[in-house]
Design a protein around this ligand. Structure first.
Ligand code: UD1
Length: 338
């Protein structure tokens, strides 16, 4: 069984990817420093899959500890999720964001080189496209000028990987640009578990739904969109996880460096999402229109043809599925994963 090192493997997306890897006959080895994840996620992965993956509480900016994991395991591929991810916080703590996100990627890549591990999948983001000139976004569209340090770390790591690929043509590197991941595992055991007040839309809506927060603040209704509220490409986290397995299978064909958007190809406005949530769950979501949030853009969605044509992957689950699964997770875990 091929061993896949999953850094940040107890996080929201990483843990779903671990499940998907197990279901597809891979052996995931998890590294996580538990900065933004709970150890209980490991128990839940086991509950879902009946497999308890090997886990190391290791910070992958730390060379020696991370190298020991490679030495103990015959790693075939790495999926690198580990990183700080809060946009607002990144504007307050740019040094920490650059140090941690670049440091972890560089440390893992350095060890991969030393150990001759050739396959690397990177959790990138649609944020690398900055403020789009037009939608849908294609993989060939210009990258750069992210609107915050978090996004800049994604741009920089992508550039580093291009150079690594040029210097090491036998390496297989895949940049996966995620659009907006939402939803949860259908069991309700795993889902998004933000610390404190959620920054992102879906966890906020879910917390309003269970009465933990009084109402949703809709940031702006004067965007150039269908109803004035911001439009994004929301992708169910289980579909996203499957995209990683599709990418991993493709790396076996030695493609060099490849880039894929992982989205649905469809835009949904904030109010459309709110109404879908209400319909899917038979509840009312109170909201108030507020001023725009600085840095937000009108509209953002992917062209997803490349992932379908080359990986045979496309998102199958709907916004309704995601709204149902997010609410189910939130109801079962009102205080997050404990
Ligand atoms: C943000 C990040 C992106 C990151 C992604 C993770 C920016 C510029 N981008 O995307 O880099 O990869 O999260 O999922 O911040 N909204 C509300 N009320 C809320 C929260 C959000 O109205 O309480 C609106 C926003 O204005 C936006 C939409 O909902 O129109 C989605 O927001 P959010 O979930 O925060 O994601 P993005 O900003 O698209």
């Amino acid at each position: 069984m091929k061993k896949v090192l999953v850094t940040g493997g107890l996080g929201f997306i990483g843990s779903e990817a671990v499940i998907c890897l197990i279901e597809n006959g891979y052996e995931p080895i998890i590294i996580d420093n538990l900065y933004n994840a709970k150890l209980a996620v490991l128990d839940r992965i086991e509950e879902i899959t009946h497999v308890r993956p090997k886990f190391y509480q290791v910070d992958c900016t730390k060379y020696e500890e991370t190298k020991a994991v490679f030495e103990e395991n015959d790693i075939d591929s790495v999926i690198h999720f580990a990183g700080y991810k809060a946009v607002g916080e990144s504007t307050q703590k740019p040094i920490e964001y650059y140090e941690n996100n670049l440091g972890s990627a560089l440390t893992v890549l350095k060890i991969m080189k030393e150990k001759d591990v050739k396959n690397f999948i990177f959790s990138s983001s649609a944020t690398v496209y900055g403020v789009p000139e037009r939608v849908p976004l294609y993989e060939t569209d210009p990258v750069g000028n992210a609107t915050n340090p978090y996004g800049e770390t994604k741009v920089m790591i992508e550039r580093i990987l291009e150079d690594v690929s040029k210097a090491n043509p036998s390496m297989n590197i895949c940049l996966l640009r995620y659009f907006n991941p939402i939803g949860a595992h259908a069991s309700g055991l795993l889902g998004e578990d933000p610390n404190g007040l959620p920054n992102n839309l879906m966890p906020y809506v879910s917390q309003v739904a269970i009465g933990k927060l009084p109402f949703l603040r809709v940031f702006g209704d004067d965007y150039k969109t269908v109803d004035g509220t911001g439009v994004r490409d929301y992708i169910h986290v289980v579909d996203l996880a499957e995209g990683h397995v599709a990418a991993l299978n493709h790396l076996a064909t030695n493609p060099g460096l490849v880039v894929y958007n992982l989205g649905t190809g469809k835009g949904t406005s904030v109010l459309e999402l709110v109404h879908a949530f209400e319909e899917a769950n038979g509840i009312k979501i109170h909201y108030q229109i507020m001023p725009r949030r600085p840095g937000d853009i009108d509209e953002n969605f992917a062209n997803v043809d490349k992932a379908f044509n080359e990986l045979g992957w496309k998102a199958k689950l709907t916004i309704t599925d995601a709204c149902r699964d997010s609410y189910n997770f939130q109801k079962k875990n009102p205080n997050g994963i404990e």
